[in-house]
Write a protein that binds this ligand. Structure first.
Ligand SMILES: [Zn+2]
Length: 184
């Protein structure tokens, strides 16, 4: 199982590389990685397991964050209706997105960043993502609100982008016109 000691932090080169596509159909090893990423997120959200293994709670994790530069991510977060959105995704790709932007009022955090970086990260309010799931099947997800933000944060990791790259250092709390605030 993945624990905090497996998660690389800022300064590790894997966080700044462009991750490579997973060969399809995914190998057992790649599927195992996807499963382990999702398991970390699930374990971290279970208070007892998180406490027992010292896991920092997270809503998403990407393979580069365990030093593996492959295009695999996991997300687990509730949507606005309280529905649990929980997926391990191989080769996730944003195939379309809204013009409208959205941002988390609380800002973003990252399991690879051991400090608070204040500021708003403006992302697409809605995204459609195509990916390969744990069974090797193509799936299409339409996400909005918090799940859309989390998915974009994780896909950024596959492109060597950190959330704070999106924050304007001179004006960290500037709001893009028409961008919708999201509370979580
Ligand atoms: Zn992150």
């Amino acid at each position: 199982m993945i624990t905090m000691k497996d998660i690389v932090r800022e300064g590790h080169p894997a966080l700044r590389e462009k991750a490579v596509n997973v060969a399809l159909p995914p190998s057992e090893e790649d599927k195992k990685t996807a499963k382990q990423l999702l398991e970390y997120v699930q374990n971290s959200q279970d208070p007892e397991t998180a406490k027992k293994f010292g896991l920092r709670p997270g809503v998403g994790l990407a393979a580069p964050q365990i030093g593996l530069t492959k295009r695999i991510i996991a997300i687990q977060v509730h949507d606005e209706q309280g529905k649990l959105i929980s997926h391990a995704l191989i080769n996730p790709k944003i195939v379309s997105h809204s013009v409208e932007k959205a941002y988390l009022l609380s800002g973003e955090g990252c399991l690879s960043v051991d400090r608070d970086v204040p500021g708003y990260v403006h992302r697409y309010a809605r995204v459609t993502i195509k990916a390969i799931d744990l069974e090797g099947k193509e799936i299409k997800l339409r996400l909005k609100g918090m799940p859309a933000i989390v998915a974009q944060h994780e896909i950024d990791h596959l492109n060597g982008i950190m959330f704070y790259d999106h924050i304007d250092p001179k004006n960290p709390f500037s709001v893009v016109e028409g961008s919708v605030p999201i509370e979580r």
